[in-house]
Design a protein around this ligand. Structure first.
Ligand SMILES: Cc1ncc(COP(=O)(O)O)c(C=O)c1O
Length: 381
């Protein structure tokens, strides 16, 4: 610890320690990046092809199509699934804006669903209510559901897929935060017909900028996504559908290939850190309970307290970073209010937004640091 004349300044604890990861992986990342620079295959080069094969292999899917970011992954998958004006796509209200934004960008209408108070993922019972409401009101045709694996924990896919089948709706998993996670039924990527992930730097598997991918078991969907990421061109040079320019750079693929080599181990150390937090905090705070069959990727470890702001201040005073994901559910944001029914309509999302506090979490967190975070929290309770 650094010492000043008057008081001790605690070593800052970051939310995600990318420097520690870089120090551990520097050599293997540099050598892969240098190979790209030497070859010059910057766009859709060899590392992109290799990464797509390895992502599909890791997740156990037939295909992985890399794209420029997790938001484009959602939009491209939706376009490939034929989403557009007149369609209702059900999304949780407690998620990042991209989930609903991608729906709106296709011209379709996002319909907000409340979350479950324990899992913080889409509540299948409320989903049923919202589907019935859209059908009753008329004007929109229910077309799809986007469950979000919030904070890295897979959503309740068995219940949601059951409903989707009964109602003939497509399911697209927003796994921006959960690549590497699993349920009893399988790994993320295998839990829904199509899945999107993000490689934003702070995600469990992150690159040095923006990146994303679509994972699917369905060859026709994979092909459509591949065309859409390159202006809709098929391999014969025919533009089949109006598409995007949304490719993952070879340099980013090189970074991801290096990080994928240690990803299983990092998932294990994240689980260990979550267990340390749970041991110390669960008697005094609401910690993220996991049913034994779920395996989170622990993108975020968030506790809940009605005194969240006091706790956050106490952490800040102790030099510990924390974050609030998300301060408001989407139906209370100006851009999305028109799709929702206002304050009070989605009570669980609204309450959780006032209670969540994300603590430092990454694959290089040691027990002493976890202890320091927990001590600061427990003293402030
Ligand atoms: C739930 C969710 N969906 C989508 C995205 C979008 O991913 P990206 O930032 O790579 O566009 C994010 C990223 O933060 C996310 O958390």
């Amino acid at each position: 610890m650094a010492v000043t004349a008057h008081h001790q300044v605690p070593t800052p604890v970051p939310l995600v320690d990318l420097q520690k990861q870089q120090a551990a992986l520097d050599d293997r990342i540099r050598s892969r990046m240098e190979a790209v620079m030497a070859r010059g295959d910057f766009i859709l080069g060899a590392p992109v092809t290799e990464l797509e094969a390895k992502l599909a292999d890791f997740a156990g899917t037939k295909a992985a199509i890399t794209v420029a970011n997790g938001t484009d992954a959602l939009q491209i998958a939706l376009m490939a699934m034929g989403t557009g004006p007149g369609a209702a796509v059900f999304v949780p209200a407690f998620t990042f804006a991209a989930t609903a934004g991608a729906v709106a960008m296709t011209g379709a209408t996002p319909v907000f669903v409340d979350i479950d108070d324990v899992t913080l993922t889409m509540d299948p019972k409320h989903l049923e209510v919202q589907i019935a409401k859209v059908k009753k009101v008329g004007g929109l045709k229910p077309q799809g559901i986007i469950p979000v694996d919030l904070f890295g924990r897979p959503a309740d896919y068995p219940a949601i897929l059951g409903l989707a089948q009964a109602e003939n709706l497509m399911v697209l998993a927003d796994a921006a935060q959960s690549f590497g996670a699993a349920r009893n039924e399988g790994r993320v990527g295998r839990l829904a017909p199509a899945t999107t992930v993000s490689f934003y730097p702070s995600k469990p598997l992150g690159c040095f900028g923006d990146g994303g991918a679509i994972l699917t078991q369905e060859p026709a969907l994979a092909e459509a996504c591949r065309h859409l990421r390159g202006h809709g061109f098929d391999p014969a040079g025919e533009a089949r559908q109006v598409g995007l320019n949304s490719r993952l750079d070879s340099l980013q693929a090189a970074v991801l290939l290096a990080k994928l080599e240690v990803f299983e181990e990092e998932l294990r150390t994240r689980r260990q850190a979550a267990a340390w937090y749970d041991q110390r905090l669960s008697a005094r705070l609401r910690t993220p309970l996991l049913e034994s069959k779920d395996r989170s990727a622990w993108a975020v470890y968030a506790v809940r307290s009605p005194r969240r702001d006091v706790l956050q201040q106490a952490l800040q005073d102790a030099g510990i970073a924390s974050a609030v994901y998300y301060r408001k559910p989407l139906h209370l944001h100006a851009a999305y209010a028109g799709f929702g029914e206002g304050a009070g309509s989605l009570p669980v999302s609204e309450r959780v937004a006032e209670e969540v506090l994300a603590l430092p979490m990454h694959g290089y967190l040691d027990e002493i640091t976890v202890e320091r975070v927990c001590d600061a929290l427990l003293q402030a309770l």
